[in-house]
Design a binder for this molecule. Sequence first.
Ligand SMILES: [Zn+2]
Length: 84
Amino acid sequence: MGICPHCKNRPHEITIEPITLNGGPREKWDGLIYSCPSCHFVLSVGFDPLAIKTQMLDRIEEMFRKPFVVVERSNSVRVCDVKV
Ligand SMILES: [Zn+2]
């Protein structure tokens, strides 16, 4: 098991806290801070995998709500609604 580089304790769990990852005016993502529960030293920061999964599922659901374009073999194009 690893040790905290700051307080040298061996943590049996890690504290996680939400944070916004700011990559610019239009680039913001949900992130997580991983810190030592003893001294609160920040061990790591990363993307929130559950937030990414939720956002991806929301986008997929949104895609299926939009009209879906079907190209038929006769090269004619028709637009239909997709039932989920
Ligand atoms: Zn520590």
